[in-house]
Design a protein around this ligand. Structure first.
Ligand code: ATP
Ligand code: SKM
Ligand code: MG
Length: 183
């Protein structure tokens, strides 16, 4: 099954971006505002293993986690009318990028390094990829991954915006684009 021929209004929306940028938080709010089902790929994997992500990394390793991530994304991005938040590293996989861009509306959440680093201490415990790295190494990862997130259908820089403002802006801009497409 494929969603490539759906109208934009019916396609699922996929949020991408760096760890901690707000994909899970914003995705959930956008889903509520659009009356859609919310899917968080990390949470789906956690449900399957009945463990939080850091424990999954410890028990099966990152490589197996990435394979599971790919199969979860391929399941959900072929469904219509969902809001799907990816894990921060998912879009690094070429197959995931291709699946999402072919079947869904890919929305990138962006943030400046200066704003993001203020958030590090609240997210690090649950992000194994950040653990054991110096701040300089994390900054290098941040800019390296930025290039990967540059492939998208739409983007919002979220610095200094609260989560409600972000979700409202995204919802309004999607509705406007759908209306323009229909008329
Ligand atoms: N615009 C914002 N302003 C302030 N805090 C925010 C904002 N967006 C998200 N946060 C906070 O940042 C933290 C990380 O958010 P969230 O878990 O949504 O990120 P994520 O992009 O899903 O990360 P991951 O890639 O690891 O899944 C949460 O504590 C959340 O409340
Ligand atoms: O950016 C990443 O590589 C990750 C982000 C999280 O969402 C989780 O998927 C996991 O911690 C790996
Ligand atoms: Mg998340």
């Amino acid at each position: 099954m494929t969603n490539t021929n759906l109208s934009p209004r019916e396609k699922s929306i996929v949020f991408i971006g760096f760890m901690g940028v707000g994909k899970t938080t914003i995705g959930k709010l956008v889903a509520q505002k659009l009356y859609r089902t919310f899917i968080d790929i990390d949470q789906e994997i956690e449900k399957e293993y009945n463990m939080p992500v850091p424990e999954i990394f410890n028990s099966i390793g990152e490589k197996a986690f990435r394979e599971k991530e790919k199969s979860m994304v391929s399941t959900f991005c072929n469904q219509r009318l969902k809001v799907i938040s990816l894990g921060g590293g998912a879009f690094l996989q070429k197959e995931i990028r291709e699946l999402c861009l072919a079947n869904c509306i890919v929305f990138a959440l962006d943030i400046s390094w200066d704003s993001w680093k203020e958030r590090l201490n609240i997210i690090i415990d649950n992000r194994p990829v950040l653990q054991g790295r110096s701040i300089e190494e994390i900054e290098e990862l941040f800019y390296k991954r930025k290039e990967i997130y540059a492939t998208h259908n739409s983007k919002l820089t979220t610095d200094n915006l609260d989560v409600e403002e972000i979700a409202d802006y995204i919802t309004d801009s999607l509705k406007l684009a759908w209306d323009l497409y229909d008329n």
